[in-house]
Each structure stands twice: as structure tokens, then as C-alpha cells.
Design a protein around this ligand. Structure first.
Ligand SMILES: Nc1ncnc2c1ncn2[C@@H]1O[C@H](COP(=O)(O)OP(=O)(O)OP(=O)(O)O)[C@@H](O)[C@H]1O
Ligand SMILES: [Mg+2]
Length: 231
């Protein structure tokens, strides 16, 4: 699903954080978003997921405006969202987190076995309360639950922050396969983003609520480029 953002302004209450912002993510591609702390990356993701009031501009999915729709309606249109924080039901077990997300979507239950196969750590802890998972385990669960919904576009806010390399590799591989099959992905990159930049097509660099630069992701792998973009 094609996502387009044109001249978007949005924020919290009367405080505007995003200013006249343009952004796009194509189906079958991993589009990265990066920038320093406080640049507005998570705010943009919240706006895309329908969690913020848009004060100007437009957000479209395959050309259809979704401004004014709530998170549930946007989710039903095929937008999956893994927030940076509070992204699992802490009072439910791993199994019930997976079940809860799978029930809402056709074929979802069948995918739970696939999740367990890819992430045996979740299978081993299927009865454990999500509140007692380690940071990496919880993050793995959050991504897995979003994928059970078979989204057409997936918004990931620093999904692999704090994860062990083996999980990062598995998640990058899985997301890469889904993108290859046509899913669109927006990935807010974390501190060491080399692993995802090499699978990504375009990167948007944010600064102070605006897009400062749009470039091919592979260019950021050139010496010094990433450091400059994060400043
Ligand atoms: N709920 C909120 N109410 C008011 N201001 C907020 C709220 N959430 C974030 N902000 C402000 O919006 C700005 C952008 O924050 P945001 O979380 O989008 O940044 P970010 O780029 O995701 O940063 P990080 O890399 O630290 O995750 C910051 O100045 C932040 O203080
Ligand atoms: Mg953030």
C-alpha cells in the first residue's frame, strides 16, 4: 500500500511539532526515518497511525485521505503500528497477546505457529506475563503481534533497539521477506542502523519537525554520512 504525506502539520494540543512535512513510503520497500532525539520521528508515526489531530495537510493510503480517521479505522485499512513504548498488553501472557491480535484478522491464528517457529524464545515463554519479559523479548512480541495482522503497511518505531544481534537478524530477515512480498514498511532507525539501511531503499532525515533530506539509504553507509545525519 502506498503512503503519501503532503504538507503535514500536527502536534499535541496547541503545540505544533510537525511542520509542512512531506513523506512517502512505497509498497514492497523499507523506507527509513532517522534523525536526532526530539526531531519528531515518533510524532510522525503517531500521526500516520491516526493518534494525533492533523492541523494541516494530508495523509493518503493508495490515494485515499485518512485524515480524521481514528487508530482503529486506520488499522482496519491495513496499517500496522509498533510504537516505541507500551506496545504489548502487559497484563496478558505472551500467548494471549498473540491470540488477541490474531483473532481480529483472517488467517491470524495460523500465523501464531509461524511466530513460534521463528522466535522459539516466545514459545518457551508463551505462558509468561508480558510485563515480566525482558526488553528484547517484549519487543520481539510487539513486532510479532503486529505481523499477525498481516498489515499492508507496517510502521515500526525503533523496533530493534536493545535487541540481541540474533533477534535483529531474524526480524530484519522476516520484515525483508514481507516487503519482498509487497508489504510497505516505515522503519524509524535506532542507534546502530546499518543492519536495516542495507535492506532499505530510501531514507528521510528529520530535524526539528521537518524533513531535512531525502536520500538513497545505501548512501548513508558511506563513511561519515550517518554521523552527519544524526547531528
Ligand atoms: N505527548 C506529548 N505532549 C507534548 N509534547 C510531546 C509529546 N510527545 C512528544 N512531545 C514533544 O515532541 C517533540 C518530538 O518528540 P518525538 O517523540 O516525536 O521525537 P523523536 O524524534 O521520536 O525522538 P527520540 O529519538 O528520542 O525517540 C519533542 O520535543 C517532545 O518533547
Ligand atoms: Mg521516538
Amino acid at each position: 500500500m502506498q503512503l503519501d504525506v503532503t504538507s503535514l502539520s500536527a502536534g499535541y494540543g496547541r503545540m505544533t511539532i510537525l511542520h509542512d512535512l512531506n513523506f512517502a513510503a512505497k509498497p514492497g520497500e523499507i523506507t527509513c526515518l532517522l534523525g536526532p532525539n526530539g526531531a519528531g520521528k515518533s510524532t510522525l508515526m503517531k500521526a500516520l497511525a491516526g493518534q494525533l489531530a492533523v492541523t494541516a495537510g494530508d495523509i493518503t493510503l493508495d490515494g485515499r485521505s485518512v485524515v480524521g480517521l481514528g487508530p482503529l479505522q486506520i488499522g482496519k485499512l491495513g496499517v500496522g503500528y509498533v510504537p516505541q513504548e507500551h506496545n504489548v498488553f502487559t497484563e496478558l501472557s505472551v500467548q494471549d497477546n498473540l491470540r488477541a491480535s490474531s483473532l481480529a484478522f483472517r488467517g491470524g491464528e495460523g500465523r501464531i505457529e509461524e511466530v513460534y517457529k521463528r522466535f522459539t524464545i516466545l514459545k518457551d515463554r508463551s505462558r509468561q506475563m508480558a510485563s515480566t519479559l525482558s526488553g528484547g523479548e517484549r519487543q520481539t512480541l510487539a513486532i510479532a503481534t503486529a505481523l499477525l495482522a498481516a498489515p499492508k503497511i507496517l510502521l515500526l518505531d525503533e523496533p530493534t533497539a536493545g535487541l540481541a544481534p540474533i533477534f535483529i537478524d531474524r526480524i530484519v530477515k522476516w520484515i525483508g521477506e514481507l516487503a519482498f512480498d509487497g508489504m510497505g514498511v516505515v522503519w524509524v532507525v535506532e542507534q546502530n542502523p546499518e543492519h536495516i539501511l542495507s535492506s532499505s531503499t530510501m531514507t528521510f532525515v528529520m530535524e526539528a519537525g521537518r524533513i531535512r533530506e531525502v536520500l538513497e539509504s545505501k548512501r548513508l553507509l558511506e563513511p561519515g554520512r550517518l554521523e552527519a545525519a544524526m547531528l
